[in-house]
Write a protein that binds this ligand. Structure first.
Ligand code: ZN
Length: 269
């Protein structure tokens, strides 16, 4: 029988094949090498997040004081670990460790794609960093921190919802534990996370390159059929630091505009 590691490797290969065929904007594919890197890193991120959630599902059982059921669920006191409980900090550290190298590589891939596509040398005067590498690492840390904090917030919510449902159904602790583990060990959640963050990270890197190489404007590159939320801004050109207003009113500097957004930007000099 195949080991979990073998299955994960097979899934990563499949992921690259499936996601290469998706509606990525052509500007992603303009550089075949960075596009291949993007797909490979997206697959690696999906595995890393899925593995994290798989292991979290066992730990999450300990974040509930089952002896206190059916006490009501609250954010500051109740059977589930409080928001300020140190376990959440520890979860953030574990998830950060699992993804930060992949996110850093994704930001770097976006910057390399910019170099390949526009071939304009970067000057280091426009940003506050000593080099593009330093800017990439700082951007990756910020993106990772935002992602980790969102995922941990959702995890807390899912644990509370699962326990509240078990209480409502009058389940025994055994049933409630299985419900909780299934709720957390969710490959679909890993897929959604892994289909949004690579675009964020890649576009952050591309923007760093654009700023440092002196780009003057940016044009939203998307397919109206593929992205309803982004449809009002497709083809729209703005100055570098202006914000696009999406169909849902959200203001963004660059894609991703929403989960699973495959839009891009085209810079002009
Ligand atoms: Zn979009």
């Amino acid at each position: 029988m195949a080991t979990r590691a073998e299955l994960l490797e097979a899934r990563e290969k499949l992921h690259v094949a499936i996601h290469a065929a998706e509606e990525w904007q052509d500007s992603y594919k303009a550089s075949p090498i960075t596009f291949a890197d993007l797909l490979r890193l997206e697959a690696a991120l999906e595995t890393a997040v899925a593995e994290y959630l798989h292991e979290l599902s066992t730990r999450a059982v300990d974040y509930v004081d089952w002896s206190r059921l059916p006490e009501p669920i609250k954010a500051d006191a109740g059977p589930v670990a409080n928001n300020d409980d140190p376990v959440w900090k520890q979860e953030q550290i574990l998830l950060t460790a699992a993804v930060i190298d992949i996110i850093t590589d994704l930001v770097a891939t976006g910057a390399v794609a910019g170099e390949t596509l526009y071939a304009i040398p970067v000057g280091y005067s426009t940003l506050e960093f000593a080099s593009l590498d330093e800017a990439i690492m700082q951007a990756a840390r910020k993106l990772t921190a935002d992602m980790v904090s969102n995922v941990t917030e959702t995890t807390r919510k899912l644990i509370r919802e699962s326990v509240a449902k078990s209480i409502a159904l009058g389940e025994t602790a055994d049933y409630a534990t299985v419900r909780l583990m299934n709720m957390i060990d969710n490959p679909i959640r890993a897929t959604i996370i892994a289909q949004t963050e690579p675009v964020n990270a890649y576009q952050a890197g591309l923007k760093l390159y654009a700023v440092q190489s002196g780009a003057k404007s940016k044009t939203w590159d998307g397919l109206s059929g593929a992205c309803k939320i982004c449809s009002p801004v497709i083809g729209k050109t703005l100055e570098l630091d202006e914000l696009f207003v999406l169909a849902n009113g959200k203001q963004v500097d660059r894609p991703a505009g929403h989960p699973r957004c495959r839009c891009s930007l085209i810079y002009a000099y």
